[in-house]
Structures are given as structure tokens and as C-alpha cells.
Design a protein around this ligand. Structure first.
Ligand code: COA
Length: 416
């Protein structure tokens, strides 16, 4: 039984942040109707195309399990259709630029009056304040949310990360807000407005960095490598390179073959309870009883030297050999996996986190399936819809329009 069966989502999202949210809800079993502008639809259909005239991977990988309806909401008939959809749907999700929805005539007040049970869920770049009117894309959110200033190396510029914490991260936050509002509606009978700002989503994910900013007022951050290197701290959280960010020091170390393979590295954590095992495995038994090395506190100002020493050992093994030796000993470490390795990883295939999908126009491609596993509601990844593929189905079967009404719509610009 699909967990969200019976819930219909009106999906007015585009690009990445909103579509990741509604794709998740579709995987949980919601009926997701993606509304797209007639003509080109979601701009990502035609962005970063790898095959001429075919929906891009950008689009297909963010819009599985949805239906597509083209609707011009600036047309009177289009507005009437949208009103009818709002009356029958449970959630309206959008990530238009600030003010766009109001300009379309679909303010929260209007929607709530039309259907008091509707939930309106919105992604914007910023919450109320000086930047509330700004358009925002992924990297702007990463920068304004504190991630970029704390990512990278101490002697380099701020860095953005490949994980789409601004877009997909905000989509996740929004999905949680929506299911919470749905749960609340079960008891109150009323919908509510759910807002997530991309900046807020990133700030939430950078919580530990705000923690470190406050700890600085009590002294240097001794678990950062810069402490051991004698580099003074400023009054804000520095870039920490590959430091672990938690109480157990870690770093990225070279492995056998690193000269030719840019991903031949392992993340290695010197977790305190297994320190003796680490010393044994790397052949530094003398560190075990040495008070200069035997306690986590004593090791803090020598982390760079310790990781250099461990690296001499990891460089004699492949990243997978390092993991297969350390894992049974309880030493936390993980390989740096390339996208090629992830695409072909058998265990990710088995769990459905990486799946192959067939598309009528582009053929087979690989995508990321649902990363959240429900024991009683398995996500079956279905291809993304073609533009306007479900126009007739939604008008006839969902809105129950008569043939005359369909003819009338076909004579207008509402859906074309
Ligand atoms: N029918 C008629 N008009 C439609 C339509 C439809 N079905 N769908 C969209 N439009 C129109 C809008 O009304 C708007 O017109 P207007 O400016 O005349 O009011 C226009 O299309 C553009 O929409 P908008 O959302 O403003 O897109 P944009 O290309 O100007 O900006 C973003 C793109 C992503 C920067 C912006 O949407 C944004 O900041 N979104 C919020 C933050 C976000 O999610 N960013 C991450 C994206 S991954």
C-alpha cells in the first residue's frame, strides 16, 4: 500500500528544489500533477540536453512518477481549470520567484478561501527580510547559508559543494513540512501554508558550523587541523579542509594508485575507542603506550603528523583494501567513490537507490531512486512524463469535464 495514496499534489514547481520535493511525494504514492507552461514546460526539459529534441536528464531525473499537464494560467479558461484543480487537490507546491504567484492571482488568501483544506507549500530563496525579493539558485543558497564560507581549505577561497544542499536539501525540508501539514489537517480539517527558504535550509544543514562559531569565544577549536599547525583562529568559523567536523578527527588520505586515479582516496577516522587497533594496523605499536599519543587530547596538536603517518600505510593499499582491512576492526573509514563507481555499485542497485529507467524518447538511463525506504510502501520509479502527456486524462478522469467542455477548452489557448 502506497503511504500517500489518495493525496493529490498540484505541482507548480520547476528547476530542482521544488521538483525534488514533489518527486519524493510521488514515490511515497501521492498523485502528482505537474503543471507546465504550454510550449516548453519546465525550463530544465531543454537545459543541458545530451540528445537533440529529447527531455534532458536534468528534467527526467527530477520528475519521475508525475503526470504532466500544460496550462496557461494567464488565460481566463486556464485560470478556471486551475481553480477546479485547487478545489480537488490536497497540496499546491510552487517555487516561483517571489511575487510571481500573487501576480498570477493565486495568493494564499485566494487559495485558502477557495479550498480551506488546501496546503500551499512554497520554496523561496530567502525568508522575510532584506533579500526576500531575490531570485536564488543553488550556489547562492550555499553561499548565503554559511556553507561556502566553511567549505574549502584555509588558504583558498570559499567553495561550493557538489551536494545540492540548497535545492534538493530544501526540497527535503519542504516535503517534511507538507506531510506534517497533511497530518495536522487530519485533526484540524484545515490546510496551512508551508514556507521553506533555501537560505534557511542550508543554515539548518550548517548547524555544526554555527556551533563552532560560538565555541570560538572560549578558545581555539582544538579538533581543527589548523590548531595543530599553530595557525591562529579569527572570530568566525574557518574553512576546515577535510577535518571531520565532529569529536573524532578524520581526514582524506591517498591510496594506492592516487597518481593516476583522482578518486583513489579514503576518508579515515581516528576514532578514540579503536586507537590501539589503528596503531597496530599501520605498524605504529609504539604509539599505543606513548603518553604523547595515547589520549585523544594528547593527539590533538599532532593530527597532521598522525594522518601523514597513516597515509604512508593507506598508500600501500587500494581504497577498497583499506576499507576491507579496517572495517572488521571497527575502524571507521570509507572510500571516495566516483560517480562512475556509484552508477555501477551493485548494492545501490539492489536497494533501488540507483535504478535504470526506460524512456520512450531517450531510451535507458540511470537515475537515483527513492533514498528513503518504507517497509510497507516501496517506491517504484516510473519515467518522467512527456510535456502535456496527461492533459486529457486529468481533464476527463480527474476533473470529470464533459466532451463539450473539452471541445471548448481546445478552442482556447488555455493548454497550448
Ligand atoms: N502559465 C503562465 N505563466 C507561467 C506559467 C504557466 N503555467 N508558469 C510560469 N509562468 C510565468 C510566471 O508567471 C512568471 O511570469 P511573470 O514574471 O510575468 O510573473 C514567469 O513564468 C517566470 O517564472 P519565475 O518563477 O519567476 O521564473 P524565473 O525564470 O524568472 O526565475 C528562479 C527562476 C528559479 C530564479 C525563480 O523561480 C526563483 O527564485 N524561485 C524560488 C527559489 C528557487 O526555487 N530556486 C531554485 C530553483 S532550483
Amino acid at each position: 500500500m502506497e503511504a500517500l495514496k489518495g493525496i493529490t499534489i498540484l505541482d507548480f514547481t520547476h528547476v530542482q528544489s521544488g521538483p525534488t520535493c514533489t518527486q519524493l511525494l510521488a514515490w511515497f504514492g501521492a498523485n502528482v500533477i505537474k503543471i507546465e507552461r504550454p510550449g516548453g514546460g519546465d525550463i530544465t526539459r531543454s537545459q543541458l540536453r545530451d540528445k537533440d529534441g529529447v527531455d534532458s536528464l536534468y528534467f527526467t531525473m527530477l520528475n519521475h512518477n508525475k503526470k504532466s499537464v500544460t496550462l496557461n494560467v494567464k488565460d481566463d479558461k486556464g485560470k478556471k481549470i486551475l481553480d477546479d484543480l485547487i478545489l480537488k487537490c490536497d497540496v499546491f507546491v510552487e517555487n516561483f520567484a517571489p511575487g510571481t504567484l500573487d501576480r498570477m492571482g493565486y495568493s494564499w488568501e485566494y487559495m485558502h478561501k477557495l479550498n480551506p483544506r488546501i496546503i500551499l507549500a512554497s520554496v523561496k530563496g530567502f525568508g522575510p527580510g532584506p533579500y526576500e525579493d531575490c531570485k536564488v539558485y543553488e550556489n547562492i543558497a550555499q553561499c548565503a547559508g554559511g556553507s561556502a564560507s566553511t567549505t574549502g581549505f584555509l588558504d583558498g577561497p570559499p567553495l561550493v559543494t557538489g551536494a545540492q544542499i540548497g535545492d534538493s536539501g530544501t526540497g527535503l525540508h519542504l516535503a517534511l513540512g507538507i506531510v506534517t501539514a497533511l497530518f495536522h489537517r487530519e485533526r484540524s480539517g484545515l490546510g496551512q501554508k508551508v514556507d521553506v527558504a533555501m537560505q534557511d535550509g542550508v543554515v539548518n544543514l550548517c548547524r555544526v558550523k554555527l556551533r563552532d562559531y560560538q565555541r570560538l569565544s572560549s578558545g581555539p577549536l582544538s579538533e581543527y587541523s589548523q590548531f595543530g599547525q599553530g595557525i591562529p583562529f579569527t572570530d568566525t568559523t574557518p574553512r576546515a579542509g577535510n577535518d571531520s567536523g565532529g569529536g573524532q578527527p578524520g581526514w582524506i588520505l591517498k591510496c594506492k594508485g592516487w597518481e593516476d586515479d583522482p578518486d583513489s582516496y579514503v576518508y579515515f577516522i581516528t576514532q578514540a575507542p579503536v586507537w590501539d587497533k589503528i596503531c597496530n594496523v599501520i605498524g605504529k605499536e609504539d604509539w599505543i603506550g606513548d603518553p604523547e599519543y595515547s589520549t585523544p587530547k594528547a593527539r590533538l596538536d599532532k593530527l597532521s603528523h598522525i594522518f601523514e603517518t597513516i597515509e604512508k600505510w593507506t598508500m600501500t593499499k587500494t581504497k577498497f583494501e583499506v576499507v576491507s582491512i579496517c572495517d572488521p576492526l571497527g575502524i571507521p573509514c570509507g572510500p571516495i567513490l566516483s560517480m562512475k563507481e556509484i552508477a555501477h555499485d551493485e548494492s545501490l542497485r539492489r536497494t533501488g537507490t540507483v535504478v535504470e529507467v526506460d524512456h520512450p524518447e531517450r531510451g535507458k538511463y540511470i537515475t537515483v531512486g527513492c533514498p528513503i525506504k518504507l517497509s510497507n510502501s516501496e517506491a517504484d520509479v516510473q519515467r518522467s512524463p512527456l510535456l502535456g502527456e496527461h492533459n486529457e486524462e486529468i481533464l476527463k478522469d480527474f476533473l470529470n469535464y464533459s466532451d463539450e467542455e473539452l471541445d471548448e477548452i481546445n478552442n482556447t489557448d488555455a493548454m497550448k
